[in-house]
Design a protein around this ligand. Structure first.
Ligand SMILES: [Zn+2]
Length: 69
């Protein structure tokens, strides 16, 4: 099947390196929210149990083995 290219919007010019890079300055990975565990002080994500000590809201919710500490 032959495509009729006149039906498509085609870029008039090739996007320059600068324009492409300027557009991509917004494409970056953002660092998520980080808080500290009140029990052991490790960096944790909010609303999640601490992976170091297994505590959430001063209650042990996960058993963390001693070797992993
Ligand atoms: Zn902790």
């Amino acid at each position: 099947m032959k495509l009729n290219l006149q039906l498509f919007g085609v870029p008039f010019r090739r996007t320059s390196k600068t324009k492409k890079r300027m557009r991509r300055t917004h494409l970056k990975k953002e660092v998520g929210a980080i808080s500290t565990c009140p029990k052991c002080g490790a960096s944790i994500r909010p609303h999640r149990a601490c992976m170091k000590c297994g505590f959430y809201k001063n209650e042990e919710v996960i058993k963390v083995s001693e070797e992993e500490k």
